[in-house]
Design a binder for this molecule. Structure first.
Ligand code: GAR
Length: 198
C-alpha cells in the first residue's frame, strides 16, 4: 500500500501535531512527511525532529505583512516534501485564497469551537460569555474563508459551572487529540463522512 503523505503546519507547542503523528502507524493510510512552522522556535518543531520527522520553518515576520510573499516561501517545503494532505494544527497565520486554492480539497484545520460558532480567536472565553452549555472543537476542510469550509468532524464537551477559559480549553484539547486523528484516518482513506464525538 502506498501511504498518503501528510504535512502538518504548527505555530506553537504542537500537541495536536503529536497526536496526529502518533496515529499514523500500522494500517493507517497516511504517514507524516513534514512539520512546518512560521516560527523557528515553535515547540512543535523540536517534538517533530525528536520523532524523526523532517522539519522546516519560514518566519513570517520579515515579510512585513506581505502574505503572498510569505506564502510563496511557505509552499516550497510542502511541495518539496510531496505532501498529498496538509493539516493545519494550531497554525496561527491567516492564509490567502491563493495559497488555499493550491491545496483545495486536501487541506484540513482544527478549530477550538463548534463551528459555525466562534470563528477567529478567544473561542473559549466567547463560549463562556454567551452562557453556552456545550462547547467543543471542529475539524473542517480549509476554504478561502477563515474557519469555514465543509465540516469533517466535531467533538462536544460540557461547559461546567465556574468554568474558566483555561479550564474549558484544556477540556476541549483532550477532545482535539481524539478528533483530529479520527478525522485524518477517515479523510486519508477517501471518506469525508463527518466524525461525531461526545
Ligand atoms: C489548539 O487548541 C487548536 O485548536 C488551536 O490552537 C491550539 C494549538 O495547540 N487552533 C486555533 O485556534 C486555530 N485558529 P497545539 O499547538 O498544542 O496543537
Amino acid at each position: 500500500m502506498s501511504h498518503k503523505k501528510v504535512a502538518i503546519l504548527v505555530s506553537g507547542g504542537g500537541s495536536n501535531m503529536v497526536s496526529l503523528v502518533a496515529s499514523m502507524t500500522g494500517d493507517h493510510p497516511a504517514r507524516p512527511c513534514l512539520v512546518l512552522s512560521n516560527d523557528a522556535e515553535a515547540g512543535g518543531l523540536k517534538k517533530a525532529a525528536a520523532a524523526g520527522i523532517a522539519i522546516a520553518a519560514v518566519d513570517h515576520r520579515p515579510f512585513d505583512g506581505d502574505r503572498a510573499a510569505f506564502e510563496a516561501e511557505l509552499v516550497k517545503p510542502i511541495l518539496e516534501a510531496g505532501a498529498d494532505i496538509v493539516c493545519l494544527a494550531g497554525f496561527m497565520r491567516v492564509l490567502t485564497a491563493g495559497f488555499v486554492s493550491q491545496f483545495e480539497g486536501r487541506m484540513l484545520n482544527i478549530h477550538p469551537s463548534l463551528l459555525p460558532k466562534y470563528k477567529g480567536l478567544h473561542t473559549h472565553a466567547r463560549a463562556l460569555e454567551a452562557g453556552d452549555v456545550a462547547h467543543g472543537c471542529t475539524v473542517h476542510e480549509v476554504t478561502p474563508r477563515l474557519d469555514d469550509g465543509p465540516i469533517l468532524g466535531q467533538a462536544r464537551v460540557p461547559v461546567l459551572e465556574n468554568d474558566t477559559p483555561d479550564a474549558l480549553a484544556a477540556r476541549v484539547l483532550v477532545q482535539e487529540h481524539l478528533l483530529y486523528p479520527a478525522v485524518l484516518r477517515r479523510f486519508a482513506a477517501g471518506d469525508k463522512t463527518p466524525v461525531q464525538l461526545g
